[in-house]
Design a protein around this ligand. Structure first.
Ligand SMILES: Nc1ncnc2c1ncn2[C@@H]1O[C@H](COP(=O)(O)OS(=O)(=O)O)[C@@H](OP(=O)(O)O)[C@H]1O
Length: 357
């Protein structure tokens, strides 16, 4: 008998349903449906299925963990620079998502380092039509010789209409990356998260300092002649901020309309606005909106609200939004003067003023 098709009493009054003797098959089927939903549509959830097997008189709880990829934790940030871990993570996601195919990414977050690339990836991947690799694959810089099949194997499975993405911020400054990406597909949509190059350089230095505490001072590295001379644009932390210079290379392989620029500053002050524009660029329905964000005062950054699944609210880990090392005012002013003409050139190239002053 079908559930709910219980007999009617005389006078057409519906009788109360008989108590289910064995409710567990139904409970299980609901849970299995939920797990499948998670595997298909959410790369972000870990579902704990609690199955009660109930031989008479015995109550036993069985815990099964179905991982659909954990994105926002510290572990993931450690893995950011570990392509081997990238493989293991995405395969764990694909083993739970048995549906769809692994496709080469149709959109890439190519930069810039310390611009806010992790926030963009984590925010856009809550869109049901976006599936993302949580880790930095470094395919178009360090791992290119592994071939496109290897790269494809890292991708999550996607269904018709879904897009797959990855982010590796070093692509933006890698000379070969534009040509290699265009060779994969010249239709690839490119996303560049840009941030005031002076703040970006200090953020970059702050990160390096946490790994190498005996590093020379920022001033010593940023200026020649032991911190007294001209700006040293050969230092990576400075060079990355020469956005116009790097963009030129991309523009010889991709039209400007295929490159979307996210403002790292607005990403913090108005994440929903930036995500709205990004969804438009990707041809997605605007599903990620201000409903998804709240400003976490302790963190000092926007975080994702508690999802309906009941998981906790999610902020990026502690390596994102660090307190920067203090830099002398004169050094900052000299860097501002140095970057000004490069910034103006960049604004002209992209047709947007990011107001870095
Ligand atoms: N919502 C939210 N939460 C936390 N942090 C946020 C957020 N939005 C943007 N940012 C800024 O992102 C900066 C780190 O940039 P990336 O993720 O591109 O860094 S990395 O290149 O992947 O290491 C990070 O830089 P620092 O503040 O210097 O740590 C943040 O300023």
């Amino acid at each position: 008998m079908l559930l709910g098709a219980y007999p009617r009493r005389r006078y057409g009054v519906r009788a109360a349903p008989p108590p289910l003797r064995r409710p567990w098959p139904y409970v299980l089927s609901v849970l299995v449906t939920y797990v499948c939903y998670c595997a298909l549509f959410s790369a972000d959830a870990t579902v704990v299925v609690i199955v009660r097997r109930a031989p008479p008189g015995e109550r036993r709880l069985q815990k099964k963990s179905v991982s659909c990829v954990l994105p926002f934790d510290e572990k993931m940030e450690e893995e950011e620079r570990d392509p081997a871990a990238a493989g293991s993570r995405s395969s764990s996601s694909s083993s739970s998502a048995k549906f769809g195919n692994k496709e080469l990414p149709s959109a890439l977050i190519v930069g810039v380092k310390k611009g806010g690339t992790r926030a963009v990836l984590e925010f856009i991947r809550i869109h049901p039509d976006v599936r993302a690799v949580g880790t930095e694959t470094h395919f178009f810089d360090r791992n290119h010789e592994r071939g496109l099949d290897w790269y494809r194997s890292l991708m999550p499975r996607t269904l018709e209409g879904q897009i797959s993405m990855e982010k590796t911020p070093s692509y933006f400054v890698t000379a070969e990356a534009p040509r290699r990406i265009a060779a994969m597909s010249r239709h690839t949509r490119l996303i560049v998260v840009v941030r005031d190059p002076v703040t970006r350089a200090i953020s970059d230095y702050t990160q390096t300092l946490t790994k190498s505490p005996h590093l020379p001072s920022f001033q010593e590295l940023a200026f020649r002649n032991q911190g007294l001379g001209s700006v040293d644009a050969s230092w990576n932390a400075i060079r990355i901020g020469l956005y116009a210079l790097h963009l030129e290379r991309w523009l010889s392989h991709f039209p400007l309309q295929q490159i979307h620029f996210v403002s790292g500053e607005r990403l913090v002050s108005d994440p929903a606005g930036e995500l709205g524009r990004l969804q438009d660029f990707l041809g997605l329905k605007r599903i990620v909106t201000d409903k998804h964000f709240y400003f976490n005062r302790t963190k000092g950054f926007p975080c994702l609200k508690k999802p309906e699944s009941g998981a906790s609210p999610r902020c990026l880990g502690k390596t994102k939004g660090r307190t920067h090392v203090a830099i002398d005012r004169w050094a900052i002013q000299r860097l501002r003067d140095f970057y000004r003409p490069h910034n103006v050139r960049f604004y002209q190239m992209v047709g947007q003023d990011f107001r870095w002053e």
